[in-house]
Design a protein around this ligand. Structure first.
Ligand code: UDP
Length: 327
């Protein structure tokens, strides 16, 4: 049976394709290459097309014998989602609806879904557990939560079971340096600081130093992309063994401040660069830390990279040696 990966040309999806292919799985990929890169797809059969194109998706399901789906394909920039909500509702929800319809029509029952800590909004307490209130503060988080709800409707109607994996801050790159994070434009902290270390940008700006945290800068839970993908493989196995639909946080349970990340980049790269002070970015919660206890207990997930320097070292290898794709 084939595993279908949507969004397999993106940062996280491409690491999933690589891990599954290395495990000997048969993989098919759907990606419209709007934000992903063909070169990032290192195995499997790539179908270039849009999930909202029902005939295209139907064609892929007709051609392949799909046993399970890992659904990454989505727009994922919080700021852009606030400015252009229609783009996010149309693509993220529209694509998921076609995918779920096609899964139902083809009798595919197992779905691993790429959700986000943004479903929680501004947390009331830390660390965040899965049954804390879900009150997203931006359209991106709203669309991901809506898809979790949509999947539950498809379970009632067709018996499709879904593991929603709520990612905290994903970082790092494949340790072999072959694939990594390449967003255009880049908005995430670690790649931006690494670009400053490389001299590809003249400085890094800290968005707010007056948060209620020890050094005044925001704290996030950074999980290595390879550990994150291991969570997906564990979720696929869990569903295969008959596990019930559920949501799981994927985070290491420990946070680092923006300042700590900048210091770690200086340590790992041995380079100095200017650090500027800027205004808060709208919609940024001060602290986001996961309780990863449920994923450990139910899925047997155990992240290996809990030291920030190791995560940054893998990202640095990618940025220094390659850092982008040609296509
Ligand atoms: N951040 C920053 N400067 C930047 C980019 C990000 O200070 O140039 C901060 C941002 O405000 C947040 C943290 O770094 O507190 C992580 O941001 P990122 O966009 O990487 O991930 P998010 O937490 O938004 O998912």
């Amino acid at each position: 049976m084939t595993i279908l990966i949507t969004g397999g040309a993106g940062y996280i999806g491409s690491h999933c394709v690589k891990a599954l292919v290395e495990q000997g799985a048969d993989v098919a990929v759907i990606d419209n290459l709007s934000t992903g890169f063909q070169e990032a797809v290192t195995g499997g059969r790539l179908y270039v097309g849009d999930l909202r194109d029902r005939a295209f998706v139907h064609g892929v399901f007709a051609r392949e014998t799909i046993g399970a789906v890992v659904h990454f394909a989505a727009f994922s920039q919080v700021g852009e989602s606030v400015k252009d909500p229609g783009k996010y509702y149309g693509n993220n929800i529209g694509g998921a609806a076609v995918l779920l319809d096609e899964m139902a029509a083809s009798g595919v029952k197992n779905l691993v879904f790429s959700s986000t800590a943004a479903v929680y909004g501004e947390p009331e307490k830390t660390p965040i557990v899965e049954n804390d209130p879900t009150l997203p503060t931006n359209p991106y988080g709203e669309t991901k939560l809506a898809i979790e709800h949509m999947a539950a409707c498809f379970e009632r109607a067709y018996g499709i079971r879904c593991c929603a994996l709520r990612y905290f801050n994903v970082a790092g790159a494949s340790p072999d340096g072959s694939i990594g994070e390449a967003h255009d434009p880049e908005t995430h902290l670690i790649p931006l600081v690494l670009q400053a270390a490389l001299g590809a940008r003249d400085s890094i700006t800290i968005f707010g130093e007056d948060y209620p945290t020890p050094d005044g800068t925001c704290i996030r839970d950074y999980v290595h992309v390879c550990d994150l993908i291991d969570g997906h493989l564990k979720a696929l196995a869990y569903l295969e063994q008959g596990g019930k639909s559920d949501a799981f946080n994927l985070g290491i349970g420990h946070g680092f401040s923006v300042r700590e990340i900048i210091e770690a980049v200086k340590r790992v790269t041995g380079r100095e660069f200017p650090v500027r002070s800027g205004a808060r970015r709208a919609g940024d919660p001060s602290i986001l830390i996961a309780s990863g206890e449920k994923a450990r207990r139910v899925l047997g997930w155990k992240p290996k990279h809990t030291e920030i320097d190791g995560i940054i070292a893998d990202a640095w290898r990618w940025h220094k040696n390659k850092g982008h794709y040609s296509a």
